[in-house]
Design a protein around this ligand. Sequence first.
Ligand code: ADP
Length: 183
Amino acid sequence: MPTAMYPGTFDPVHYGHIDIATRASHMFDRLIIAIYDSPANKRVLFPIQERVALMREAVQHLPNVEVMSYNGLTVHFARQMGARVIVRGLRTLADFEFEFQVAMTNQRLAPEIDMVTLITRSEYAYLSASILKEVAGLGGDVTEMTPQHVQEALRRRFRELGGAPGRQVPKARLRDQRRPGSE
Ligand code: ADP
């Protein structure tokens, strides 16, 4: 089976990502997890070196998986690394619409590279890095979302940021409702 690449922001890695990486590692001889360095449309909580280190620890039990960072077009990096398949995870219809558009674009840019999408497991269907960061940033229990070393990294990072989720974490979804009359 060819080499595959699983690209993403992974800010930070969680069990939904690890599940996709594990399943893909059984399908391909070699899987490269490619972590995008500086996404233009996303504010990241963790710098690239830390996202790479957290991912390496999370997948260290998978012998045919490597973790690398990259910039530029995913298909260019896939070509450079000899990957003929790009793996992505799918949770919702919204994921599908986005991935479909990206896949169509990638097909034009690199017709020799195919995309394989793996459907999330039901227990991770709700899980995203944004939800994880928001719950962790507001002091909630994230033990079912991500491994212990990532939980610790989240606590450390939020301490560094002064305890508040800050601009890197979208707010207002899981916050307590404001009490009537309070401002
Ligand atoms: P990106 O910015 O590329 O979307 P993410 O780190 O958010 O990067 O996600 C990387 C990949 O993992 C994407 O294909 C995404 O759909 C998939 N993914 C994220 N969360 C889950 C989950 N809970 N279950 C399955 N796949 C997921």
